[in-house]
Design a binder for this molecule. Structure first.
Ligand code: CP
Length: 309
């Protein structure tokens, strides 16, 4: 099994044993990711980070990952200072950047853009989020976090809560959790349910039928892990409607008092108002640990794609 030279555009591009290889490799990267030991595995290699949409965690954790591996990073965040502002198209941008670097990471607002970039580029392309479609490296670090926090994924009751229609992290994660034999509870405001293509995929490929509800209290009681995301306001025409939904789907200490004692709360971040700030101080809040795990997971992925691990 080898990931050398592979594009990572969707979590569907990876088989279960390949995901396990990445997670096991990430474990080996942890002390390097914390800066306790030094690695030169990717000395002389350059990562190109092309962020057409805002990002804090994904871009900076890829940067930290490449630097912790001894490599270098170039790229942009926002297009106003690039030739895209002069009208250059995506394919010409990719054909140019691939000549400057060894691996490309791309975030773009259009679904399918990362796939297009991979078709154009002779260098491996990693999708860091394409519109409402996929965010596969977030899914990998989410799986890794659940394993770290709970010791396993199989058999856990995992509640995905929030905007299940537009949040790409939820779509990628639902499929991956089904692959790892978790029991899924899907909780969303009316109108933001998981789309039927993902539900069919989960049922047809993994024989899983998630419990679906619009009732936050009913959905959370049995959960071992609550994975919440914000309502994707930027994908709504009516921003007021988005804010109203967000208020109704909020995690507070009062909501958590009905949950299992050992429940863990994860969130891909950024969070806005969907988690009461008092929850940040509770032992169940694991979302800042989750942001750290992005570094060893992305180190493992970069090293495996480069063939140096
Ligand atoms: N989780 C995530 O994708 O965060 P950023 O948008 O900050 O990269």
């Amino acid at each position: 099994m080898s990931l050398k030279g592979r594009d990572i555009i969707s979590i569907r591009d990876l088989k279960k044993d390949e995901v396990e290889l990445i997670l096991d490799s990430a474990e080996k990267m942890e002390s390097y990711a914390r800066g306790e030991k030094v690695l030169k595995l990717m000395e002389g290699k350059i990562l190109g980070t092309l962020f057409f949409e805002p990002s804090t965690r994904t871009r900076l954790s890829f940067t930290a990952a490449m630097q912790r591996l001894g490599g270098q990073v170039m790229g942009f965040s926002g297009t106003s200072v690039t030739s895209i502002a002069k009208g250059e198209n995506l394919t010409d941008t990719i054909r140019t950047v691939e000549r400057y670097c060894d691996i490309i990471v791309i975030r773009h607002p259009l679904e399918g853009s990362a796939r297009l970039a991979a078709e154009v580029s002779s260098k491996p392309v990693i999708n860091a989020g394409d519109g409402a479609n996929q965010h596969p490296t977030q899914t990998l670090l989410d799986l890794y976090t659940i394993k770290k926090v709970k010791g396993r994924i199989k058999g856990l009751n995992i509640a995905l809560l929030g905007d299940l229609k537009y949040a790409r992290t939820m779509r990628s994660l639902a499929c991956a959790l089904a692959m790892f034999d978790a029991d899924l509870t899907l909780i969303s405001p009316r109108g933001l349910e998981m789309t039927s293509d993902i539900l069919s995929e989960i049922e047809n490929n993994y024989g899983k039928k998630p419990f679906q509800t619009n009732d936050i209290d009913a959905g959370l009681r049995k959960a071992d892990v609550i994975y919440i995301c914000r309502i994707q306001k930027e994908r709504f025409e009516d921003k007021y409607e988005a804010e109203k939904m967000q208020k109704a789907f909020r995690i507070t200490p009062e909501v958590l008092s009905q949950c299992k004692d050992e429940v863990a709360i994860l969130h891909p971040l950024p969070k806005v108002t969907e988690i009461d700030p008092r929850v940040d101080e509770m032992k169940c809040a694991k979302y800042f640990d989750q942001t750290f795990y992005g570094v060893p997971v992305r180190m493992a992925l970069l090293a495996l794609i480069s063939g140096v691990m």
